[in-house]
Design a protein. Sequence first.
Length: 398
Amino acid sequence: MGRREYLIRKIVFAIFTLAVMLVFNFTLFRILPGDPAKLLVRDPRLSREAQERIRRSFGLDKPVWFNTEGSTVEVLVPSVVLLAESLDSGEVVSQAVQGEQLDYVERNADGQWLSVLQINEGRITEGWVQAEGVQVHTNLFDSQFFAYLRNLLKGDLGVSFSLRRDVSELLADRIWRTVILLLGGEIVAVILGSIAGLVAAWRRGTRLETGLLTLGLISWALPTFWLGLILLILARGRLPIGGMITAGLHHAGALEYWLDVGKHLILPTLTLAIVYLGEYMLIMRSSVLEIFAEDYILVAKAKGLTTFQIIKDHALKNAALPMVTIVALTLGYTVGGAIQVETVFSWPGIGRLIYDAVTKRDYPVLQGTFLLLALSVILANFLADILYLILDPRVKPD
């Protein structure tokens, strides 16, 4: 298989993974308990009609997958009478004329009456009409799932149930804050983990290696939220323990602002770095030890090169290749850790947004954030495959 075919196969696999993720992303938040309409307005006096109106405004009144019952009701006779209760001004008797389109809601048990909605100049009238004289039109794709797909194609991620803002705007406000947190934590973890792994392989069989392995395993096993709480307690009074900037502080310029942000980044970045450097250390140590068994390393030793020279000139470049893959594969776990870190340190990023959305059953925000995170993981793995193929000519696109 050539590189072109390999690239096409990877693209097709990424697209298939994305399609499966979209279905899973949509389904997951529809099976969670709780009614979003009741959670939106925590008022015990909220009437059933008001709840239904909220559900309609967010499209929650439509079937989840396919609409097999009906979408609209067309009046075929000169006029029909609606025995209805207006959502605005109480009980009324309305009339629909021939050709008018009404929104279908449901059919009664004997099928003789239809529950419909009449929308006229912003006024919504809900009531019942006789099935005779009207025709129900069915649109299989008039459902929550296909509305979700249509909106995605237009770049519309929906409106937050709780914040009443576009989800795309919320993500744009938060994503860069999470990026700098993850980037800082990953860079520190990769650098320290790689150095510790190299030293452990270099000093194999010594107490130093035993100590580094012990510390690496401990850091890898630490719960992210627990470590964050411990660091928060230890640093109280010395470093900022919450938020992104100091509350009430007026920044004279951009430099002062970013210095304040940097101080608030220390603890969450350190938490992520400690948790993940153990894994990177173990991977680097195993890679270096495996390379030490290669024939070209034996040749280098026969030439009289020191262990440090062998690591620096021969082993380091090849041992760094698995790190490309492991960093991409652990991106999803890193994001999961970021949710806990942002919650512990009140960092206003994507993770904190997910936490708040879960507590409020905010489906559009949850779907938007998980879509963004899934796309990031899929893209990172795709780039890792391509980059690995470029960096190591020995890898064949089988």
